[in-house]
Design a protein around this ligand. Structure first.
Ligand code: HEC
Ligand code: HEC
Length: 187
């Protein structure tokens, strides 16, 4: 990944142009989130195929400092509502790349059972592809999934309506590892 300072220069340049044209070039996002929003970095989430409403909500949460991250917060800070809305539409329209690695049969069976027992499928959808403000999980980066689940369990990842924080409270540490491995391998 490029240095913070180099990235900041890119960001400032793109936003200067963006302000004049009322849109942000999504290429800026590819630097961290991968080509068309398909991340190859286990710690950085993919955006391709996320529901538009989820993307816009999260960008607003970062901009309003409800959710914070040293890399993502400065990117979201200057975004206007029309720019956020255009970015949501763009990434929702991108094809989500199939994961490189398929889970083993035993992981598939045990992971599926956990996702049903814990009602993940009730909110995130039968195929865990998300809906409205609820994120797509299928094929998300594994380390990112683990970090977020642990954050919800600990109450350190902001949660707009509290639903995800309460869903995470019953999880055991071993469940988090298995769920992340299972979910990250789904198409
Ligand atoms: C310098 C690297 C970097 C750049 C550039 C960047 N992001 Fe991010 N973004 C991140 C990281 C890291 C996270 C995960 C933060 C966390 O762990 O909470 C993130 C998280 C997000 C999320 C939340 C995703 C989720 O699944 O919860 C959205 C939405 C997002 N970024 C959109 C964008 C958009 C749109 C752009 C371009 C305007 C962009 N990002 C540019 C690093 C970056
Ligand atoms: C009652 C509904 C509900 C249930 C049940 C639920 N979730 Fe969520 N989940 C949400 C919502 C809503 C969000 C978005 C929270 C926010 O950022 O405000 C979310 C966010 C997440 C995220 C963050 C993803 C990202 O890209 O940032 C992960 C990971 C996640 N859920 C995994 C799970 C797993 C695994 C289960 C089952 C153990 C589960 N969820 C059960 C509603 C739910």
């Amino acid at each position: 990944m490029r240095s913070r300072a180099a990235l900041a220069a890119v960001v400032l340049g793109v936003f200067a142009v963006g302000a004049a044209h009322a849109e942000v070039d999504p290429q800026l996002c590819f630097a961290c989130h991968g080509p068309n929003g398909n991340s190859a970095n286990p710690a950085v989430p993919s955006l391709a195929g996320q529901p538009a409403q989820f993307i816009t909500t999260q960008l607003i949460m970062f901009r309003e400092k409800r959710r914070t991250d040293p890399l993502m917060s400065p990117i979201a800070a200057p975004l206007t509502n029309p720019e956020i809305s255009a970015l949501g539409k763009f990434f929702a329209g991108q094809q989500h790349a199939a994961p490189a690695k398929k889970p083993a049969e035993n992981v598939l069976a045990a992971g599926r059972k956990l996702a049903e027992d814990y009602n993940c499928v009730v909110c995130h959808g039968a195929a865990l592809k998300g809906q409205q403000h609820i994120p797509r999980l299928a094929g998300q980066q594994v380390e990112y999934l683990r970090t977020q689940l642990r954050g919800f369990m600990a109450g350190t990842r902001f949660d707009m309506d509290g639903n995800m924080t309460s869903a995470a409270q019953r999880l055991k540490p071993a469940d988090v590892d298995l769920l992340a491995e299972y979910i990250s391998g789904l198409e």
